[in-house]
Write a protein that binds this ligand. Structure first.
Ligand SMILES: Cc1cc2nc3c(=O)[nH]c(=O)nc-3n(C[C@H](O)[C@H](O)[C@H](O)COP(=O)(O)O)c2cc1C
Ligand code: SF4
Length: 491
């Protein structure tokens, strides 16, 4: 996958600098910090990663407990549980919190993380809403069933195939299905072509859809109820998912053209996210942590950039968010065309690369690629007198790199997703002065490929390690070919 600018080259992993135990003890990385009412034991952070381990009904399974327990073994300061749906609607094997019946399983998850981290790790739940997205249809099916035939289609068929071919709707549909994609690009509207070529997906600006128009009325209550359940389950706080390809990010986006007071201008775009926050805060109180993950840059044409992100950050800090976790890109807008029968995946295009950069990248490379966004937001916050902690992510995989980001004041906490998947113990290895034992992420995104296929996420560095002492007792993937957990490390 190419980067945003410059020729694509393969970058070597940075030469690591691992600390001695003394150096780690004196570091900022292993110093505590407050996220509003919540005090962490260190500034290390495992951000949300969907592992595809819940039941089809969105319930916690033993494999979910094992997955988060394994991250907790490494005792990160903060562990964020995967994007969890706030509605009680089917969404495949992703966690849900849209009903009280989800609370007992989530309570088990909290207990597991507390025990396995020895009480070191603060546990947040990332909560989100999503709009519907359909699989790319077969061509014939799209024209037979999905297209709403209008005058432009009839006229195009009449012009190309004659009046008889355009005599009735079934004929128009049949003729359109014979057109080439080049022709269809001119015959269909841009939105119709996208529905045909990529699969239909709803957008927050679709005010003609009643449930989309109603989002500002329903989302504050849904987020608040989900947060209240998370508190009941024992989580230390929630991360409101305002990032990537999901509706709350789309409300914040410059592409949001809603004209009902919830789009267009900067205050209009910020309005629903702030109303969601206010509803959550009113429901759970001021003594519980509420933060957000949002985009420092959407990295799409016509999308929000870092100036918008600074303005959003100032608004969020002013409203009383307890932390801001900064991500980048991950949008549907520039995703690759999916195969017929598959849904678009928001991490396949250039903005996807910006979200999860790989070693095949432009001259800036993947390592700490997005830290400048967190730094710009943090600096604007501090200039305005806000102390809200800022979390940086994206290609962070080494102690010196992480510590220097903190020392330079570019961020307050360091998030590492893939490096923590490659080696969940890496924080603990660094803290103990045993960094030389870290299993280093290769940043080639095998794990992301599994996520794309909705398969249990694992890491190529350990999922076939059947020689490890714990292999016989470690759960395997549905096909039996991969171990689902990193081999245990004996400190
Ligand atoms: C398999 C996988 C699943 C992910 N799921 C989520 C998610 O549920 N929510 C989210 O905000 N980010 C998600 N991400 C993005 C990561 O949290 C992180 O921002 C990204 O991988 C860049 O950080 P890294 O370079 O440390 O991996 C996911 C990443 C991966 C690899
Ligand atoms: S699969 Fe590859 S990119 Fe993903 S965590 Fe493992 S080494 Fe890193």
């Amino acid at each position: 996958m190419a980067g945003a600018g410059g020729p694509v080259v393969k970058h070597a992993l940075p030469v690591p600098h691992w600390p001695t135990a003394d150096e780690a003890a004196r570091s900022l990385l292993f110093a505590p910090i407050a996220l509003g009412p919540l005090r962490t034991t260190s500034r290390t952070w495992v951000p949300a990663m969907v592992p595809w381990r819940a039941t089809e009904d969105g319930l916690v399974t033993p494999n979910v407990l094992d997955w988060y327990g394994r991250f907790a073994d490494g005792a990160p300061g903060v562990l964020v549980v995967e994007a969890t749906g706030i509605r009680d609607v089917p969404s495949g094997p992703l966690l849900r919190i849209g009903h009280d019946r989800f609370v007992p399983g989530l309570r088990d998850l909290v207990r597991t993380v507390r025990e396995r981290s020895g009480g070191h790790t603060r546990l947040l739940l990332q909560i989100l809403d999503f709009l519907s997205i359909r699989r790319r249809p077969e061509k014939a099916k799209y024209f037979q069933r999905f297209l709403t035939v209008g005058e432009r289609h009839v006229a195009a068929v009449r012009e190309r195939f004659g009046a008889a071919a355009a005599a009735d709707e079934p004929n128009v549909r049949a003729q359109l299905a014979t057109c080439s994609d080049d022709d269809l690009r001119t015959i269909l509207t841009a939105r119709e072509y996208r529905d045909y070529a990529h699969g239909a997906r709803e957008e927050v600006s679709d005010l003609h859809l009643p449930h989309v128009r109603e989002l500002p009325r329903v989302l504050p209550g849904l987020f608040a109820a989900a947060a209240a359940r998370a508190r009941e389950a024992g989580f230390d706080g929630v991360e409101l998912h305002f990032a990537h390809a999901y509706p709350m990010a789309s409300f914040l986006s410059r592409t949001n053209v809603r004209d009902d007071g919830y789009g267009g201008s900067l205050p209009g775009r910020q309005r629903l996210p702030l109303e969601v926050f206010a509803a959550v805060r009113a429901r759970v109180g001021t003594d519980w942590c509420i933060g957000t993950r949002y985009l420092g840059d959407e990295a799409i044409a016509g999308g929000s950039d870092v100036d918008d992100a600074i303005a959003h950050g100032l608004a969020f800090a002013g409203a009383g968010f307890d932390f801001l976790s900064i991500s980048k890109g991950g949008k549907f807008d520039d995703a690759k065309q999916p195969n017929v029968g598959e849904a678009a995946y928001p991490y396949t295009g250039p903005s996807g690369h910006e979200c999860m950069p790989t070693v095949r990248s432009d001259e800036r490379g993947p390592f700490g690629r997005n830290v400048h966004l967190a730094a710009a937001i943090r600096s604007a916050l501090r200039a305005a007198g806000h102390h809200t902690p800022v979390v940086a992510a994206g290609g962070i995989c080494d102690f010196a790199q992480a510590e220097s980001i903190l020392q330079r004041g570019e961020a307050d906490l360091i998030a590492a997703a893939r490096q923590s998947l490659a080696d969940p113990d890496w924080w603990e290895k660094m803290r103990r002065g045993r960094g030389g034992e870290v299993r280093r992420c290769l940043f080639t995104n095998y794990c992301e490929g599994l996520d794309q296929k909705h398969k249990e996420v694992t890491c190529q560095l350990w999922d076939r390690d059947f020689a490890a002492p714990d292999a016989a007792t470690t759960p395997r993937s549905a096909d039996g070919k991969r171990r689902l957990l990193a081999p245990r490390w004996q400190p």
